[in-house]
Design a protein around this ligand. Structure first.
Ligand code: ATP
Length: 324
C-alpha cells in the first residue's frame, strides 16, 4: 500500500495533510472527538478521518502501522496523547522523538538551549538572588497560564508563597519573535523558514493596565525579520540542531522552532523551543513561507516542505533518517 502521512486532527493538521496530499501521499487525520472528525471530513485532501481514544493511543499507533502510515507529531498531539505515550507509540514518528522527554522538564529544556550556545534569559535558583523583574513559570503550565510577573524580590516572595514547583527567569524586555526552522537530512542543512509572533490575551488585548498580564495564545501573526538578523538566527538554529544530536542522541529531522525576545539593542534571548512544527507556521499555509523561495525558488509552506522531504528521502531509500 502507498505510504500514508497521518497526524492528529488539530494544530497544524490541515497544513500537514494538505502538503502530504500535494506530494502524492495518502492522508489520515486522527480525531479525538466526533465534532472534530466532522470538521476534517469536509476536506478532499484528507483520505481518511479516524476517531480514536487518545488515552489508548498505542492501539491507534498499531493500526497506523498496519495502514503503512508515518506520523507527523505536533504540539497538540503531544498534549492530547501525553508525552509518555508519544514516546512509546509504535509508529514511525518524524524527528527526534526522545526530545519530547526533555521538553517535559523545564530545567532540561533550558539546559539544552545553553548547550547549544544560544543566549537564554538568566535563571534564578532562589528568590534571594533576584535583582530585577522576573517571570515565574509553574511546572506543567500550559498555554501561558500559570505564568506571572514580579517586579522585584518583595513582590516575588509574596506571590511565591504556597506554590508548587516553578522556575524563576529574568523577564526580558523587548518584542517576541518565533523562528521556524527545517532540518533536512536529505540536503544536509538547516533552513530558516519563517517567523511569527503570537497574539496573546491579555498582553496584546485592550486591558488598559487593569488586569494581570497573561499569555494565552489566540492566534499567530506573520513576521518578516530585518535581514540583518537572519544570519544570527540561522546560526542559532544550526547550533540547536547540533546540540540535540549531541546531547539527546537523535537527529532533529523536520520542523522545529526557537522562541525568543529581541531587545532594543537587537540582542536575542531564547526562552523556549519546540522540537516539532509550531502552529505559527499556519500563517503561510497555501502560499508559502517568506524564505522558502530562497531554497527552492518557489514558495512552500511547512506542510509541503515536510512532504517534499519525505518524498525525497523515500526516493533515496533514506526514510530511516527522518523517523524515530
Ligand atoms: P508553548 O505554547 O510554546 O508551550 P507557553 O504558552 O507555555 O509556550 P511560552 O511560550 O514559554 O509559554 O511563554 C509565553 C509568553 O511568555 C511568551 O509569549 C513570551 O512573550 C513570554 N515570556 C516567556 N519567557 C519570557 C522571558 N524570560 N522574558 C520575557 N517574556 C517571556
Amino acid at each position: 500500500e502507498k505510504l500514508a502521512v497521518a497526524t492528529v486532527a488539530s494544530h497544524t493538521a490541515l497544513q500537514i495533510l494538505r502538503g502530504a496530499k500535494r506530494f502524492g501521499f495518502r492522508t489520515i487525520a486522527v480525531a479525538g472527538r466526533a465534532d472534530a472528525a466532522e470538521f476534517y471530513r469536509q476536506f478532499g485532501f484528507i483520505d481518511e478521518v479516524w476517531t480514536a481514544d487518545f488515552r489508548n493511543f498505542v492501539k491507534t499507533a498499531e493500526k497506523l502501522v498496519e495502514a503503512n502510515a508515518v506520523l507527523v507529531p505536533h504540539g497538540s498531539y503531544v498534549e492530547y496523547v501525553g508525552w509518555r505515550q508519544a514516546l512509546e507509540a509504535p509508529v514511525p514518528t518524524l524527528g527526534c522523538r526522545e526530545l519530547i522527554r526533555w521538553e517535559a522538564d523545564q530545567y532540561k529544556k533550558m539546559e539544552l538551549l545553553q548547550r547549544a550556545g544560544v543566549p537564554t534569559p538568566r535563571v534564578y535558583k532562589t528568590p534571594e538572588e533576584v535583582d530585577r523583574p522576573v517571570i515565574v513559570k509553574l511546572f506543567g503550565a500550559k498555554g501561558g497560564r500559570g505564568y506571572f510577573l514580579a517586579r522585584d524580590r518583595e513582590e516575588l516572595r509574596r506571590r511565591l508563597a504556597g506554590l508548587g514547583e516553578y522556575i524563576i527567569q529574568e523577564y526580558v524586555f523587548g518584542v517576541p519573535a518565533y523562528y521556524h526552522f527545517f532540518s533536512s537530512p536529505v540536503y544536509g542543512r538547516v533552513e530558516v523558514f519563517g517567523a511569527d509572533i503570537r497574539y496573546e490575551s491579555n498582553v496584546d488585548g485592550r486591558t488598559f493596565g487593569w488586569v494581570e498580564p497573561t499569555f494565552v495564545v489566540v492566534g499567530n501573526l506573520p513576521l518578516v525579520l530585518r535581514e540583518s538578523l537572519l544570519p544570527t538566527i540561522w546560526k542559532y538554529g544550526v547550533q540547536f540542531a547540533k546540540a540535540v544530536e549531541e546531547a539527546v542522541g537523535c537527529r532533529l529531522a523536520g520542523p522545529y522552532c526557537l522562541e525568543s525576545i529581541i531587545r532594543d539593542d537587537m540582542s536575542i534571548s531564547v526562552f523556549e523551543f519546540s522540537g516539532r512544527i509550531v502552529a505559527g507556521t499556519n500563517i503561510y499555509m497555501g502560499y508559502g513561507s517568506p524564505y522558502s523561495v530562497l531554497y527552492f525558488d518557489r514558495p512552500m509552506d511547512m506542510g509541503e516542505r515536510i512532504a517534499h522531504e519525505i518524498r525525497e528521502a523515500a526516493r533515496r531509500g533514506r526514510l530511516e533518517d527522518l523517523f524515530t
